[in-house]
Design a protein around this ligand. Structure first.
Ligand code: NAD
Ligand code: GLY
Length: 354
């Protein structure tokens, strides 16, 4: 079992990573002394893992209430947040209660958002069950829901009290979801740690077979890197922006394809390939990034039917466009990045090369 810590003063919290640790969550929660618990999940994840969590809470004598929302990104909405508030009120959760989010990033984001607003904020615990949620969304305190006019447009910064990662849950995750999560893992190598990037290059077979040792290592190292970045810049006023490597182009691809064609990590993978090409690194380093992304079965090309100018306009409405200049996270070398404004012609030339 690994224990990491996100250092944020009095809001610091632990990340526990282990194999088969879901049945121990009741004991961890007992230590936090909740008056009641709401266990939020979706039908698929609850069907797979809900009983393990529920039995563990029951064995510690913790009163808990199940709250199930439908599975899918479109349910990460204010409407479904309102449904959850209703369930919490009916079950009489109070300021000493705790929300447990059991699921992927969708369940984690909406549960965190509800926790941050219910009775002006109650504690919550992340129990992420997708690789993306284990290496990214459960750590760092970004919570939120979507609006018709934009993804993740309504939200808060609100840290969990604990992140509880059972790597065994990845065994039931569809391969495509696992691989999409690996895009964010590769991201950490490029932005922060060349040695980690090389590990990903060398250990591909074990990682794709979900072997315990390499999987524990990549989750642990990803969480360490994210924790380090978030501890230094919780509210994205500077350093935290580097976590958006690949996301400026990635988001624009998701928008252009109506969010139906690519999983988030797949779009980010394409984004990382093209954003690397904005770099003045030696060509073979840029190619190495593309090769590792491709070796994991992730897509690397912007589909030809997406017009470069349309893609650029979509990036210009992105949150990261400051005073009309588009800013990108660009590798200086594998393992280190800078955030820099790039002019339109250069972007157009890079994204036109298919
Ligand atoms: P998801 O939550 O939709 O999960 C993907 C699918 O896998 C779902 O169908 C889910 O039911 C299923 N699933 C979950 N765990 C499973 C398991 N162990 N076995 C089998 N199936 C399982 O998607 P996601 O990729 O985890 O998260 C995407 C969301 O995360 C997006 O809403 C995105 O905006 C958000 N996100 C948030 C942050 C953040 O910092 N808060 C960062 C990145 C992404
Ligand atoms: N996923 C980017 C961040 O948490 O800042």
């Amino acid at each position: 079992m690994q224990e990491l810590r996100v250092e944020l003063g009095e809001r610091s919290y632990k990340i526990i990573i282990g194999k088969g640790i879901l049945p121990d969550i009741g004991r961890a929660l007992r230590g936090l002394n909740p008056s009641k618990v709401a266990l939020i999940s979706n039908p698929k994840v609850y069907g797979l893992y809900g009983d393990r969590v529920s039995d563990s809470l029951a064995s510690e004598g913790i009163e808990h209430h199940k709250v199930i929302i439908p599975d899918g990104e479109r349910y990460k909405s204010l409407l479904w947040a309102d449904f959850i508030y209703g369930e919490l009120l009916r079950a009489r959760l109070d300021r000493a209660s705790i929300i447990v989010a059991l699921g992927g990033g969708v369940v984690g984001d909406i549960s965190g958002f509800v926790a941050s607003t219910y009775m002006r904020g109650i504690r919550f615990i992340q129990v992420p069950t997708t690789l993306l949620a284990q290496v990214d969304s459960s750590v760092g305190g970004k919570t939120g829901v979507n609006h018709l006019l934009g993804k993740n447009m309504i939200g808060t910064f609100y840290q969990p009290s604990l992140v509880w990662i059972d790597i065994e849950t990845l065994k039931s995750l569809p391969k495509r979801e696992l691989i999409a999560g690996l895009a964010e893992v590769i991201k950490y190598g490029v932005i922060w740690d060349r040695g980690f990037f090389e590990f990903l290059e060398a250990e591909r077979v074990g990682i794709l077979s979900v072997e315990d040792d390499p999987i524990s290592h990549i989750i642990g190292r990803s969480c360490e890197i994210k924790s380090e970045v978030v501890s230094r810049d919780e509210r994205e006023s500077g350093l935290r922006a580097i976590l958006n490597f690949g996301h400026t182009i990635g988001h624009a691809i998701e928008t252009a394809t109506g969010y139906g064609r690519y999983l988030h990590g797949e779009a980010v993978a394409i984004g990382m390939v093209y954003e690397s090409r904005l770099s003045d690194m030696p060509k073979d380093e840029i190619t190495k990034i593309e090769e590792v992304i491709s070796s994991y079965g992730l897509p690397t090309k912007i589909p030809p039917e997406i017009e470069p100018k349309a893609l650029l306009s979509s990036m210009e409405v992105d949150k990261k466009a400051l005073s009309g200049v588009l800013r990108f996270v660009i590798p200086k070398a594998i393992g280190s990045v800078i955030v820099e404004g790039v002019d339109r012609d250069r972007i157009l030339s890079v994204i036109s090369d298919r």
